[in-house]
Ligand binder design. Structure first.
Ligand SMILES: Cc1ncc(COP(=O)(O)O)c(C=O)c1O
Length: 368
């Protein structure tokens, strides 16, 4: 988290400590509402099309589980889809007899747009893809998918958990009807925060799988009225400090500019990929025509978990990505796990050189 974001978070918590939760929410109403304004600016939509949800997964779930599927309906998704989303597809497939179709990849490893187009027919009720999958630097061609979805009048759900804060996202240019994002990754916000965008025309068509007295009003003992804005997907009780801090994180990202952020990240990432590619035994595993700031690789010499631990001893943080989060993609590619080095704009070329030097040393050694 950048300082201005953590300061806002701490200040809000301090006010809760001093004045109480309800009192602080009342006093800070403008800051709380700023979250919607900031998120709408980030995505180029209206603030009533935004909901605050506790993470990207739950934001996605609230929208996905609102679709009423019937036997024989089809969901089109990608091979690179996030496992959590595939679990939800399967749950609905088992309940309602929905068919889940994995659209093949093209030769670059991204969703094959012509294959997607060929699969469109009256059975398809939803196109749902991960924009930037969890297990690599791939950026799926969301705009092309949006064009196809729009032409066929099929709802398009985009999981851009890892896109928000990393690349410019304009829901109108992309043509998605629903988009979810997380606070804790490229937006540099607090953990346990997320956002959901739902296009206005879609909001009234989607009845959330769960309602509470924030999402709906109890008009009489037997009558309810669901909110008409995207807040129908929210909970009454929320992490308000996180909401204010997420709004600040979005404003902070926008103050740098998403084009500038993307250019810096892409430049660093391509530099790292190039350097990794020249180390003997190392294979960069990122797919796609467009590759983002997530750089993944494997090495013949040592497994990804050993590499991560050895790097941690040198105070270099990377993570590993295993087939748990990317089962279909990793099975398709014969991968078990990869090292995942995520770069942000605050990283430097010197850090990349240092990283590569340390990595080479680690790969030369058999143990630490
Ligand atoms: C594509 C994708 N969607 C969703 C998530 C989950 O986000 P959150 O932790 O905010 O639920 C991840 C996390 O890695 C992800 O990569």
């Amino acid at each position: 988290m950048p300082k201005p974001v953590s300061q806002v978070l701490h200040a809000y918590l301090y006010k809760e400590e001093r004045f109480g939760g309800y009192e602080t929410a009342f006093l800070e109403n403008e800051e709380i509402e700023n979250f919607y304004v900031a998120a709408a600016k980030l995505l180029n939509c209206d603030s009533d099309e935004i909901a605050y949800v506790e993470n990207a997964t739950r934001a996605w779930d609230m929208a996905f589980y609102s679709f009423e599927f019937q036997a024989g309906d089809r969901i089109l998704t990608t091979i690179s889809e996030y496992s959590s989303n595939i679990i939800a597809y399967n749950q609905q497939a088992n309940r309602y007899g929905v068919e889940v179709i994995f659209v093949p990849n093209d030769e670059y490893g991204q969703i094959d747009v012509s294959a997607l187009e060929n699969l469109i027919d009256e059975r398809v009720k939803l196109i749902s893809i991960s924009h930037i999958p969890t297990g690599g630097g791939l950026v799926n061609p969301a705009r092309e998918v949006g064009r196809i979805a729009k032409a066929a009048d099929i709802p398009f759900l985009l999981d851009s958990c890892q896109g928000v804060g990393q690349i410019p996202l304009d829901v109108n240019q992309i043509g998605c009807d629903i988009l979810c994002g997380t606070g804790r990754k490229y937006l540099r916000g607090p953990r346990g925060t997320g956002l959901l965008y739902v296009r206005r025309e879609m909001i009234e068509k989607l009845e959330p799988p769960m309602l509470d007295l924030h999402a709906a009003t109890l008009l009489s003992p037997s009558r309810i009225q669901i909110r008409s804005d995207a807040r129908r997907f929210e909970n009454w009780e929320q992490y308000f400090a996180g909401k204010v801090a997420l709004g600040t994180a979005i404003d902070y990202a926008c103050s740098w500019g998403l084009e500038a952020i993307q250019a810096r990240i892409y430049n660093l990432a391509s530099c790292l990929r190039e350097k990794l590619g020249s180390i003997e035994g190392v294979t960069v595993t990122d797919e796609g025509v467009e590759k983002c700031g997530i750089v993944t690789f494997k090495a013949d010499q040592r497994n990804p978990f050993e590499i991560k631990n050895a790097l941690a001893k040198q105070k270099i943080n990377v993570s590993t990505s295993s087939s748990a989060g990317s089962l279909v993609s990793f099975q398709h590619r014969g991968l078990k796990a990869v090292v995942r080095a995520s770069l942000h704009y605050f990283n430097t070329h010197d850090e990349i050189d240092y990283f590569v030097t340390i990595l080479e040393k680690i790969l030369r050694k058999k143990t630490d």
